[in-house]
Design a protein around this ligand. Structure first.
Ligand code: NDP
Length: 325
């Protein structure tokens, strides 16, 4: 019998229960993974509170990301065998010592990528890949704004966007976070709890404003994020750390300069196996090449998932958080 962190009723961090959990034998098309590190992501809190409904109902094993080795394969699996090092992002089941996973969701880890690094980067790094390379293809000379730039996705976005030749402006919640964002690719850091970030963006860009705003903060930075965009600029709302953006009148986009807006999700971008593998491979390349480093700043034992969620929601963390089984 192994252990996992399960949610039996929706709520705050206290509903995360570390308890015995037997995933059973892998079914057809599945692999069983002995996990060495599990990623912690903001999306895990959305499933915990019910903001995003669990596709398997209650109870469910929390978590959406992990890295480990294959210890068993189910009928029909040909791509993986025992001993393979793999990582994945998936809907739920991540906070576990052992889990079963559809083999189609797993990617093979290069030998150069460690367990913690993998669990700290698959979801956040593949998100950065699609945001910077597919939602909008960031080009040299462009200026982008990254909200919550010192967070897990934020620090990866800043480094990667800078390596693509963009000027990167990041917003952050404290002076320490500003230092960190600047050390990870941001050219400018704005303390958005103390300063009017729209006025600062206007000042930094000499009134030209940004080509793209990447906003994972949600409610608290909307609609001000739109005011940071040049006419015909792109608003990418990719998360809800402060709560979801509420309904708004589409003509707001007209009034703010014929803006474009999108609300993307990684899961649409990697739904096809070839896209998943290509996205992961591009991430592995930028990490192996050194242009993107994965800052794993927080490690908790798996049994302390509650503490990890409190820290994440309390804005105490920077970079990536992993749970260690
Ligand atoms: P982060 O490490 O970025 O943590 C969230 C950060 O948001 C905090 O550290 C804090 O930084 C900032 N924040 C601003 N307001 C609040 C608030 N009221 N409560 C808590 N935090 C706040 O998390 P992740 O890297 O895991 O995720 C970042 C965002 O990206 C999330 O919104 C997540 O849902 C989204 N995401 C979306 C994906 C997609 O495909 N759509 C995929 C992956 C992530 P500060 O103190 O500097 O303000």
């Amino acid at each position: 019998m192994s252990n996992a962190v399960r949610v039996h009723e929706l709520g705050g961090p206290e509903v995360l229960r570390f308890e015995p959990f037997d995933p059973g034998d892998p079914g057809a098309g599945e692999i069983r993974i002995h996990q060495h590190a599990c990623g912690v992501n903001y999306i895990d809190t959305y499933f915990r509170t019910g903001l995003y409904p669990s596709p398997v109902g209650l109870p469910f094993v929390a978590g959406n990301e992990g890295a480990g080795e294959v210890v068993a394969v189910g009928p029909g699996v040909t791509e993986f065998s025992r001993g393979d090092r793999v990582a994945y992002v998936s809907a739920l089941g991540g906070y576990a010592e052992e889990r079963n996973l559809p083999a189609a969701l797993a990617v093979r880890l290069p030998a150069s990528i460690g367990w913690e690094q993998a669990a700290g980067m698959m979801l956040k790094g593949m998100t950065a890949q699609y945001l910077l390379r597919r939602t909008h293809r960031v080009a040299p000379g462009e200026t982008i704004l990254v909200q919550a730039a010192a967070g897990g996705v934020g620090l990866i976005l800043c480094q990667w966007a800078r390596s693509l030749g963009a000027t990167v402006i990041g917003t952050v919640g404290s002076r320490e976070k500003a230092e960190l964002a600047l050390a990870h690719g941001a050219h400018h850091a704005i303390l958005y709890r103390d300063e009017d970030f729209v006025a600062r963006v206007r000042e930094i860009t000499g009134g030209r404003l940004c080509d793209v705003v990447y906003d994972g903060v949600g409610r608290a930075t909307f609609p001000a994020s739109l005011d940071c965009l040049r006419p015909l600029g792109l608003f990418v709302s990719f998360g809800n750390a402060s709560g979801p953006v509420g309904p708004f009148d589409l003509s707001l986009l007209t009034a703010k300069g014929s803006l474009f807006a999108t609300r993307p999700s990684l899961f649409s971008y990697v739904a096809r196996r070839e896209d998943l593998v290509a996205t992961a491979n591009e991430l592995f390349e930028v990490v192996a090449g050194g242009s993107v480093k994965i800052p794993v700043h927080h490690r908790f034992p798996l049994r302390d998932a509650q503490r990890a969620h409190r820290a994440l929601e309390g804005r105490e963390t920077t970079g990536s958080i992993v749970l260690l089984p």
